[in-house]
Ligand binder design. Structure first.
Ligand code: TYD
Length: 230
């Protein structure tokens, strides 16, 4: 069954927007690049929605604190995977699909690949299982482009601990956990290079932003999205 055909009644909503996900290890600079890309696209008149996972909806933000904050007792791996998937289901239904149907550009800080990497790889639940779970949770809503900001686990830890915020439940896992996550992101990208852009997160911020913008411009030239009214 196709992605959109699960909507009954008025017929499948047309998806016209562009869906971009940022992925990578903790401390890779995803939120900075998300912000810079959104600013550049908005300056050129595009309608842009920026969002993040876990979170992006009221229920998702509650799930975010449940799964990331310390102090909720033990959270086993399957429960963790289901909480991330529940947050994502709400996000896809309430935020992502409506914006894409309106023809806007959606840029999310993390999406399904984070679950495949962290829960599938890091927690060893299996990439295929986690992919299938999240395909169901989102009604097969896949990004047009995933930007992977690739970072060495030790660099990521250095950047995180240089900040003031304490590490969350996932960030505080050891470097070999983060090494597995990195490997999964790179494998996912290598398997579908036409839908991925992998960049070395150690490059200067401006250089990364330009490479990302160039790739997005290429996509926009092929799939026109809705611009702001003049
Ligand atoms: P993130 O919001 O990127 O962290 P930060 O607060 O540093 O910006 O992500 C929070 C953590 O959740 C991060 O360690 C990755 C993890 N995570 C998963 O394990 N699975 C998922 O599906 C998602 C979306 C995030």
């Amino acid at each position: 069954m196709s992605t959109e055909s699960r909507h009954e009644g008025a017929g499948p909503p047309q998806r016209r927007g562009l869906f971009i996900a940022f992925e990578g290890g903790d401390g890779a600079g995803k939120s900075t690049q998300q912000r810079l890309l959104a600013e550049r696209l908005r300056a050129s008149g595009q309608m842009v929605v920026t969002t993040r996972e876990p979170g992006g909806t009221p229920i998702g933000e509650k799930l975010r604190s449940l799964v990331l904050d310390h102090g909720h007792g033990e959270i086993d791996a399957r429960t963790e995977a289901l909480i991330f998937a529940a947050s994502r289901a709400a996000h896809a239904e309430q935020v992502l699909r409506p914006a894409l149907t309106r023809g806007e550009i959606v840029i999310t800080d993390r999406y399904i690949d984070s679950s495949v990497a962290y829960q599938g790889g890091g927690r060893a639940l299996g990439a295929g299982t986690i992919r299938d779970l999240n395909a169901w949770a989102t009604g097969e809503l896949w990004p047009d482009l995933t930007v992977v900001l690739d970072i060495e686990p030790a660099d990521g830890r250095g950047r995180r601990t240089a900040g003031i915020a304490a590490e969350d439940r996932l960030e505080s896992e050891p470097d070999d956990f983060h090494g597995t996550i990195r490997d999964v992101f790179l494998e996912l990208a290598a398997a579908a290079p036409e839908r991925y852009l992998v960049l070395n997160a150690a490059l200067p911020i401006g250089e990364l932003a330009e490479a990302i913008e160039a790739r997005v411009e290429e996509l926009l030239a092929r799939m026109p999205v809705r611009s702001r009214e003049p």
